[in-house]
Design a protein around this ligand. Structure first.
Ligand code: DQA
Length: 146
């Protein structure tokens, strides 16, 4: 069975207690359970979180090498990490899907969040639906392709 990498950037390890008015009160373990239920044995869910840009980049290299599709919440790196963008471009240029997701709708928040340096190299973007952003991304990966 193939695996989807669900990669989460800085501060997302604090979901549940971090700004619950913006991000809700559920943590990453709850997100993992939701995605595993949705996947229903059709694809493995490998959910990870790091505060380290280099580690996130190394996981994108892993996606290139294994051909594993990626659901990526780059968190604050979204707005300024050209290094992460270049690594994300390696994924999609290899023909591997990479969906950028956000729990909140960054466009409805502070101006610095309106720019994503990742979106232009992502396969698609889902934002503003809470944890359902990840679920919608997963469903898009499970749709038949033709
Ligand atoms: C976020 C939005 C980013 O602006 C922010 O830095 C995050 C989370 C989201 O999921 O809504 O950490 O990516």
């Amino acid at each position: 069975m193939s695996t989807v990498l669900v990669l989460n950037g800085p501060n997302l390890g604090r979901l549940g207690s971090r700004e619950p008015d913006v991000y809700g009160s559920q943590d990453l373990a709850a997100l993992e359970r939701l995605l595993m239920t949705d996947a229903a044995g059709r694809i493995e869910i490998d959910l990870r979180q790091t505060n380290d840009e280099a580690e996130l980049i190394s996981w994108l290299y892993e996606a290139v090498d294994t051909g594993s599709p990626v659901i990526l919440n780059p968190a604050a790196f979204t707005h300024y990490s050209y290094a992460l963008r270049d690594a994300a471009a390696l994924v999609t240029k290899a023909g591997v899907p990479l969906i950028e997701v956000h729990i909140s709708n960054p466009h409805a928040r502070e101006t610095f969040r309106h720019t994503s340096v990742i979106s232009a190299v992502a396969t698609g973007v889902v934002a503003g639906f809470g944890f359902a952003s990840y679920r919608l991304a997963l469903h898009s990966l499970l749709l038949p392709t033709d």
